[in-house]
Design a protein. Structure first.
Length: 183
């Protein structure tokens, strides 16, 4: 089963759509452009990460996970450029019906409501098309902007996970959020 997702237009004419192999060069350019902007919130990246070849490899991995109903990798396309991404990952079916969501936004597009709009579209698809019951997200304690996006889109804070992810080279505490999609 492949997770279908219809393209969605976001504010400013950006398009939220499924990531494609042809996006590799634009993804590499976006990550290069946003290297400093994303570094405090991301795992430590190798130099290879910022290349077209590595973005193609990662895209292929994510699309393979999509084919088996395990992930939904999306990008925010601004013409030929990539302005961000949202990925629904670690989909678990059965009694759990849950997934994680992560997102990032190009520094030139911050503050326009794009992250909230994109996340809302993904949550609607998770509920209406994929039948998920719950979506979880995690942010660093100091990432108040991301916490605001989550709160605006109906997520509830559920606690703090000590040493949750290795971000910027060290294990760091994260605030966990969830959104229940079905009662």
């Amino acid at each position: 089963m492949t997770l279908d997702f219809a393209d969605r237009e976001l504010p400013g004419g950006l398009i939220l759509r499924v990531r494609r192999e042809q996006d590799a060069a634009a993804l590499a350019a976006a990550y290069q452009r946003n290297r400093g902007h994303l570094a405090p919130w991301d795992p430590t990246r190798t130099e290879d990460f910022f290349t077209e070849q590595e973005q193609l490899a990662q895209t292929r991995e994510l699309l393979a996970l999509r084919e088996v109903d395990a992930a939904l990798p999306l990008v925010l396309a601004d013409g030929d450029q990539i302005a961000g991404g949202v990925t629904l990952s670690h989909l678990v079916r059965g009694a759990f019906q849950s997934a994680n969501v992560g997102y990032w936004l190009d520094r030139d597009h911050v503050g326009r409501g794009l992250a909230s709009s994109a996340l809302t579209a993904v949550i609607e698809a998770a509920r209406d098309s994929y039948g998920l019951h719950r979506v979880q997200a995690a942010t660093l304690l100091a990432n108040h902007a991301s916490q605001s996006v989550l709160t605006r889109t109906g997520f509830e804070r559920i606690g703090v996970a000590p040493n949750y992810l290795k971000i910027a080279g060290r294990w760091q505490d994260h605030v966990l959020f969830q959104r229940i999609l079905h009662d």
